[in-house]
Design a protein around this ligand. Structure first.
Ligand code: AMP
Length: 193
């Protein structure tokens, strides 16, 4: 049973690492960004609500985001562990996640912080914009997402540091190299696949 969070600025490679790690550990990668994007693509009621918010690089309101994650964590495949990518992003979301886990009598095992330089991630995101055409990957929106990360999400690292859960990993380099760093730092805590 492994319960992990991946935290880091947009463009740090969280999604890529989340997919690889989830496979290695045999747990679902739960990405709120992916859930929202799928809803936008399918034009669901939720998708229609969040599209403009996402295109502007703003955060989807906490109550909506929290409800989606609480439901997702109650699905059968998450009972044996999970890897959350892109959630929590605010203090309110941390509190809600704490509440949901406490209700289940569980807790997080580790918070993996992927450290990446701002200019490096901005250029990565601009590259992704050219390759994938994500509508929230324009330079202005990217800068705004970086700003929101620094202002609202980075402080969560302190919260988890106080609980001695944070493993900081350098996000610069080849995907496989970064994966190996993450695996090693998890292993140093006795967290292995
Ligand atoms: P991501 O793929 O994680 O970069 O998320 C893409 C977009 O989805 C974000 O810019 C937000 O608009 C929205 N989003 C994803 N996760 C959250 C969250 N935990 N809280 C609020 N908004 C979110």
């Amino acid at each position: 049973m492994t319960r992990l969070l991946l935290i880091g600025p947009p463009g740090a490679g969280k999604g890529t690492q989340a997919t690889i790690l989830a496979e290695t550990f045999g747990i679902p990668a739960i990405s709120t960004g992916d859930i929202f994007r799928a809803n936008v693509a399918n034009q669901t009621e939720l998708g229609l609500k969040v599209k403009a918010i996402m295109d502007a690089g703003e955060f989807v309101p906490d109550d909506l985001t929290n409800a989606i994650v609480a439901d997702r964590l109650r699905e059968a495949d998450a009972a044996g562990g999970f890897l959350l990518d892109g959630y929590p992003r605010t203090l309110d979301q941390v509190n809600e996640l704490d509440r949901v886990l406490a209700e289940d009598g569980t807790a997080l095992d580790a918070v993996v912080q992927i450290v990446a330089d701002t200019e490096e991630v901005v250029s990565r995101l601009l590259k992704r914009a050219r390759e994938q055409g994500r509508t929230d990957d324009t330079e202005d929106v990217i800068r705004h997402r970086m700003h929101l990360y620094a202002e609202q999400t980075a402080p969560l690292i302190d919260v988890y540091q106080k609980r001695d859960l944070v493993l900081s990993v350098d996000g610069l380099g080849e995907v496989s190299v970064v994966t190996e760093r993450i695996r090693e730092s998890l292993a140093s805590r006795g967290i292995t696949a």
